[in-house]
Design a protein around this ligand. Structure first.
Ligand SMILES: [Zn+2]
Length: 405
């Protein structure tokens, strides 16, 4: 059994069938039907669609015991390519991936900072062209661009519903403008959810797990039976805005003692900047993510003050992760996001310890904490995969994308 689709009424998608074909280099329709619990007729129909799209082809035959030889299916990795960009105010990362999820080009893009969205979009478009050039991929072979970023956001309209980093970003037609500038369809997705979709699709993660994502802010994503949990508007799982201190400082969101405002990367940097000796010793004063990574490296190198700040943050994240696991009963938590570069193992171990000690279902099953294969690329790769998933999950194969007009 490769993957269970669960017992509820969800329809297994073309995306899920494509995932199975990707996982095995050559697989028959009968094996696919057995692995999914689908009827052979339904599987035949799904495979025909994937062949028509050019994503899958027949790669040979296999003998079966006395029966007719089974035709084997394989993925055509070069059938299409996707671009993913993960960004927040402080960092941006772009990738070009093929249908097999292999990264053909990757690039750190200039962070938006407090610049106008129009300027940032033009810059993103230039970098998309450069990345496609360096990967030797023609734009006509690109399915689209997936923007993995913070919320709240409106996925259908491709806009952010927050005045972050400046009020001009609120409601700015982000997807439409980037689509216009590149000539490619553009989808937007929550960054933590994107990381979850990418990890699920390409890294052989279990069908149900949670992602804790940390870049400038902290978020989370939950994949249940292979599908992202979306809530009503895809704006849930804001782990950074659950309260870990009921009497803590008021957060911008209105809640008190939010994980993000007491233990997120920016909160850690703020605390370090408040300690003049520490700030000067570590040479702080760059952008918050660079400073956070500096504090993390100092903690690893044995600076006791830096270590105390990181340990406190990791403990708080562990407490929030206990809540996340208690709510969704997942067996795996994956940490992703560029803030975990270098320092990831410290957070992983702290979160693991908290989960082992205090998760409600710990006597029923264990919960393993892992780092994503590449913490800084996971959400960008996921953004790219989202373009493919959106296309395959829409009944008319139109996808949830904003196309160039
Ligand atoms: Zn908050």
């Amino acid at each position: 059994m490769l993957r269970s689709f669960g017992s509820e009424s969800r329809v297994p998608t073309l995306a899920a069938v494509l995932d199975l074909i990707r996982e095995r280099s050559a697989v028959s329709r009968v094996e696919l039907a057995e692995a999914t619990g689908l009827t052979q007729a339904t599987m035949t129909h799904a495979v025909r669609k994937l062949i028509t799209l050019g994503f899958v082809h027949e790669v040979g035959t296999a003998r079966s015991n006395g029966g007719t030889p089974r035709r084997l299916l394989g993925l055509r990795p070069e059938a299409c390519y996707m671009v993913g960009i993960q960004f927040d105010s402080f960092a941006a990362m772009g990738v070009v991936v093929d249908l097999a999820g292999r990264v053909l080009a990757q690039q750190a893009l200039p962070a938006p900072g407090e610049r106008q969205p129009a300027e940032v979009v033009v810059e993103f478009a230039e970098h998309v062209r450069a990345m496609l050039d360096s990967a030797a991929v023609a734009p006509s072979d690109v399915l689209g661009i997936g923007l993995a970023t913070y919320g709240p956001q409106d996925r259908d309209q491709g806009v952010l519903l927050t005045p972050q980093p400046t009020r001009e970003w609120l409601g700015y037609p982000l997807a439409a403008t980037l689509a216009e500038a590149t000539g490619l369809p553009v989808a937007i997705e929550n960054d933590a959810t994107a990381a979850g979709i990418g990890v699920h699709t390409l890294a052989g993660a279990p069908s149900s797990f949670a992602v804790v994502f940390m870049s400038g802010g902290i978020g989370s994503g939950v994949i249940l039976d292979g599908f992202p949990y979306r809530g009503v508007t895809s704006n849930g799982l804001e782990l950074g805005h659950i309260s870990v201190d009921a009497f803590g400082p008021r957060c911008d969101c209105g809640n008190r003692g939010c994980l993000d405002s007491v233990a997120g990367s920016i909160a850690v940097v703020d605390r370090a900047l408040g300690d003049r000796a520490l700030a000067s010793r570590l040479g702080l004063g760059s952008d918050p993510l660079t400073d956070f990574k500096r504090i993390g490296r100092a903690a690893i190198a044995g600076d006791p003050d830096a270590a105390a700040l990181i340990d406190a943050s990791a403990q708080m994240m562990g407490i929030a992760a206990v809540t996340l696991v208690n709510l969704f009963d997942v067996g795996r938590v994956v940490l992703a996001g560029s803030a975990f570069t270098d320092i990831g193992p410290i957070y992983r171990d702290a979160v693991q310890e908290l989960l082992d000690e205090s998760v409600f279902m710990r006597h029923v099953h264990n919960v393993r904490v892992d780092l994503a294969d590449d913490v800084s690329l996971a959400a960008a790769i996921g953004g790219a995969v989202v373009v493919l998933r959106n296309l395959l999950e829409s009944p008319n194969l139109g996808g949830r994308v904003v196309s160039p007009s």
